[in-house]
Design a protein around this ligand. Structure first.
Ligand code: TMP
Length: 206
């Protein structure tokens, strides 16, 4: 592959996206692809420091400040990890990216969606994922999976997570070519198989 691929994994907390990302990475590596597994927020270095604040800081965090922290992490991540890897022909599998900000800070916190999209573009320099998987799940099940030990974001409540879920479904409706929705209540194996099919279908010559 001359130029690589940038694939993002999205969904509410507890949707199982990280498990699927790891499974896909294994499957791709077994086929000989050069794969980079990464995440937002907090891939490494500066990002890890920002993640620590975002998930564990126990003082007030305004919604605006929260957005800019996620964006600072994203700008660093795109420049230092994602773009160099894609340029080298690698397949980058990223746990959360721009759609998380639209879903969580836009639909969830109620910030202006078009402004968030503009800020996302600034942070990424206009780079877009080639493909995005959204793992859709009802809020009761996802909160059960998260359990009682919740971080700052996971503690935002049921109504918040209902808005986040609807936000993701709206994003998928608006960009059906890029964003594929999977039913996250199915078995791990079924979801993995469906994901491989979608990958074949969406990416030419894969
Ligand atoms: P994780 O637990 O999937 O690693 O994600 C960290 C949390 O940060 C999760 O609750 C989703 C949230 N988040 C946002 O609210 N906005 C964003 O832009 C990103 C990337 C994550």
């Amino acid at each position: 592959m001359e130029k690589g691929l940038f694939i993002t994994f999205e969904g509410a907390d507890g949707c199982g996206k990280t498990t699927q990302l790891i499974l896909l990475a294994k499957a791709l590596k077994a086929k000989g692809y050069d794969v980079v597994v990464t995440r937002e927020p907090g891939a490494k270095g500066l990002g890890e420091k920002i993640r620590e604040i975002l998930l564990n800081y126990d003082g007030d965090v305004s919604s605006q400040a929260e957005v800019f922290l996620f964006l600072a992490d994203r700008a660093q991540h795109i420049d230092v990890i994602v773009n160099p890897a894609v340029e080298k022909g690698k397949i980058v599998l990223c746990d959360r990216h721009t759609d998380s900000t639209v879903a969580y800070q836009g639909y969830g916190r109620g910030l202006d969606i078009s402004r968030i999209k503009m800020l996302n573009d600034l942070a990424t320099g206009g780079k877009k994922p080639d493909l995005t998987f959204v793992f859709d799940i009802d809020v009761e099940t996802s909160m059960e999976r998260v359990g009682s030990q919740k971080d700052r974001m996971e503690s935002a409540g049921m109504e918040f997570f209902n808005r986040v879920r609807n936000g993701y479904l709206e994003i998928a409706k608006q960009e059906p070519q890029r964003v594929k929705v999977l039913d996250a209540r199915k078995s791990i194996d079924d979801i993995h198989k469906q994901l491989l099919e979608l990958l074949k279908f969406s990416i030419n010559n894969f």
